[in-house]
Every structure is written in C-alpha cells, then in structure tokens.
Write a protein that binds this ligand. Sequence first.
Ligand code: ATP
Ligand code: MG
Length: 384
Amino acid sequence: MTQEIVKSALSKVMYPGFTKDIVTFGFVKDIAIDGNDVSFTVDITSSAPEVAQQIKDEAIAELQRAGANNVTVNIKAPVMPKESSSRGKNIAPQVKNFLMVSSGKGGVGKSTTSVNIAIALAQQGKKVGLLDADIYGPNIPRMLGVSDIKPEVNGNKVLPIKAYGIEMMSMGSLMEEGQSLIWRGAMIMKAIEQFLRDILWSELDVLVIDMPPGTGDAQLTLAQSVPVTAGLTVTTPQGVSLDDSRRSLDMFKKLNIPIAGIVENMSGFIAPDTGVEYDIFGKGTSEPMAKEFDTKVIAEIPIEPSIRTGGDEGKPITFVAPTSESAKRYMSAAESIWATIEEINANGGVDNQAVQPTTPPGVSACSSAGASSAQSSAGGCGCS
Ligand SMILES: Nc1ncnc2c1ncn2[C@@H]1O[C@H](COP(=O)(O)OP(=O)(O)OP(=O)(O)O)[C@@H](O)[C@H]1O
Ligand SMILES: [Mg+2]
C-alpha cells in the first residue's frame, strides 16, 4: 500500500449528503501504512452517528477493494449538540432550535441571508431546515434551484424538499407558479402553523425561518407556536433601513426572543475585477444599533454580483463559491449564531409561555397579540 493508493481509494467515498468526497473536503488525516495495513483519521463536521458509520463502512470497503488487509478508521466528530432546553408551546417538537430571520422592511436580503446561513450551518455539520414563511412572496425555491419540484405527500403530511444539504418548504412549492393568494390575518396564522405541524421535518438541530418583512401576524404566530431560540435581523446600512430594523429588534425583545445578531447586508461593494471595496450605502452603520440592543453585527456582507446571480440561478454562493469573501463571512456568521444558540440552551433555553394568546375564545382580538388559534380555525377574527 502507498499513500497514493490509499488516497485514491478514499476519494471514492462521498461525504453523505454532498457530491464531494472526503479527500477533496480535506477530512482525511494522519494516514499510516504498515505493509497492507492502513490506519487514518477522518475529521468530520457532523455529529450524526449515521454519517460516521457510513463513511467508516465505505472507507473500509474501498480500501479492501484496493488491496488493504486491516483497516482502522478513527472518526473525529464534534460532540452532539445539547438538546434544546426550551419550554412552552412547541408544535414541531422534533426541531431542537428555531432561528427567526427578520427585517424591518422588504428587499434588504433576508431570503438571501436565510439561504446562505442555512447552508453554512449544514456545512458545519448541523442538521438544518429552511422554512420560507414569506407566504406573500416566497423566493426560497428559486434561490435553491428547486422551483420546478413539487413536494411528496405522505398521508396528510408533506415531505420537505432537499437541496444543498438542507430541508426546505415554501408556499412557492405548494402553489402553481405565478399564482398569488390574498392572505387574511387568520389564514397567515393557519399557514404558519401548518408549515410547522404538517411538514415532515426531520429531527433538526435548527430550523431557519425566513419571515415576511415587518412585524406582523406571521411573526407573532411563529413565536406563539414554537419556542424561538434566537432572532436574526437583516439590515442594509442606510439610515432609513436602520430605523426599520430597530422595529424588528424591538419585536424580538417584546416576544422574549434572544437576539443572535445583525447581518449588515449590501455593506460596501467589492469590485470583481480589482477586489477594491467601495462604500455605496455606507458601511458599519449598524454598529451603534447593535450596541443599543446589546447584540453584535455578526457579518458585513458586501454587494457582490455573484450573490445576486447565485440567488436568481439557484446556486447559493456559500455552496458554489465557498472560498469567496462573502461565503467566508456567511460561514463565520453561522458559527457565531450557533455559539449563541448553544449559550442560550446552556442557560436554560427560551420559554414562549408569556406570549401565548390570552383572549378568551370567541372574543375578537383582531391581529393584535391576543389573536388565538381558536379564532383562526373558525375562519378569522371578524375585523375588517
Ligand atoms: N449582498 C448582496 N449582493 C448582491 N445582491 C444581493 C445581496 N443581497 C441580496 N441581493 C439581491 O437583492 C435582492 C433582494 O434580496 P432578497 O430577496 O434576499 O431580500 P428580502 O429581504 O428577502 O426581500 P423580500 O422582503 O422581498 O422578501 C435579490 O435579488 C438578491 O439576490
Ligand atoms: Mg424574501
């Protein structure tokens, strides 16, 4: 046996869920050869035991096919994330953590951020789902390149669609293309509940939820239906956008949702030809707002043409260009978010008991904090 034979055999072992092999990913380390006996370490990013087992089985099979006798595979994997310690109402109990991605206004890059953060978390070994809760303008299917795929139905449950190592569901995947629906408050609540209850999400470490812009019924319903572990606010650097973002951060506070940070998007422009960074909308302007809300700016994402084309063509930059500056920033933002989630759980988790509806059934609360699911299933609160 030689290093070359070992590496070439191991390069036939794909990393589960990805189209790249474990050698290309750089996971194979410390190859030791003694005659026809081989030992090596695979340093993986997933803590799932089935991932380790699959790699081990396939690696042994490939090496034996290449002529090895005894094969010792040491798998180095991160420790299993702690179970969520959150309490209160949870209609999707197989999901350990929920990350609500919000912005004060539309078009600031919420969906782009949600997609890239979700993929970054998956690349860091987490089991990730992405829920497109923007039922007015569902863009996630296009951004993941799955707008032609209709989900499979299993009994009265719907299976999430898989792409780039994550699970995803969106109103866009359930409706015909170009169709638009007019949503009333109660319908929005129902839709959000069904996305959580009737989609067959796996046992997820985290469900990233791309919210519609603003602070309305969808946000409240989500907070009442599941204990939201953390909130992420996406903003652009202009003063007017920051004003709106304050509202989004304030909403997290009112709903008792810990803030995982702020992503300042469209922060400067990196010219693709020269690499020179230009200031367009300003840069670094979210910092004082972060201080005000006792949180931090976890990424400044520049305007990069490949982020937009990646979204339009369904090729997220974090997946297709992982070495790009923006992808690296999404990766480090994801690390920061996960560290915050672990810290929140270590400190007792979150509790959504305090935001549960208090209005007695039958009493109209319109779309205020009191709107109950009893009313929504009865077909609306009767307000105009
Ligand atoms: N950093 C960036 N560089 C270049 N283009 C970007 C960047 N961020 C977002 N975009 C582009 O800007 C547009 C709006 O982004 P996106 O759809 O993510 O915003 P949104 O906040 O989800 O909008 P909406 O409120 O309509 O849901 C998209 O075409 C997206 O590709
Ligand atoms: Mg969006």
